[in-house]
Design a protein around this ligand. Sequence first.
Ligand code: CU
Length: 166
Amino acid sequence: MFRLTKLRLFEIGVALLLTIAALLFVGLTVWAAEIAGIHVADAWARPTIGQGRTTAAYMTIANKGTTDDVLKSARTPKAKAVEMHQTTMTANGIMQMRKVEGGLPIEAGASLVFEPGGTHLMLVGLEDALEAGEELMLTLEFAHAGAVDVRVPVAVSGPPSTSSSR
Ligand SMILES: [Cu+2]
């Protein structure tokens, strides 16, 4: 009788622990999703031209979280540097690219669009030529969401299909 009670107590204890673990897991998952409210879509990069080892990458970064965030930097193992550039028009009608310093803010609920003729990611010092059909991995570094990996297909014009990050 005593043994049975002890066994039952043990079973109840295990069940309780499992329940707590499950609740904790769900809680942490929701918490993590809340923090990493960054969604990346339509990522693509242009192929390199000739001997050039520079190219631009585009994507839409949506901040679906509840916290304002800042894209601080980006990197890829394939290039020496990834810079954030803004395309501006001079008074003479000449297109110019300007490096963005200090990161790009993305308010909660807002999106940051990298697109041809506008703000873009500049991949500088690529180790190899990039051809259409290839793919590269970009890591975006956010002030709040931390590092977000993005798969970037190389295509001649526009995202080949709907692509996204985690
Ligand atoms: Cu540029």
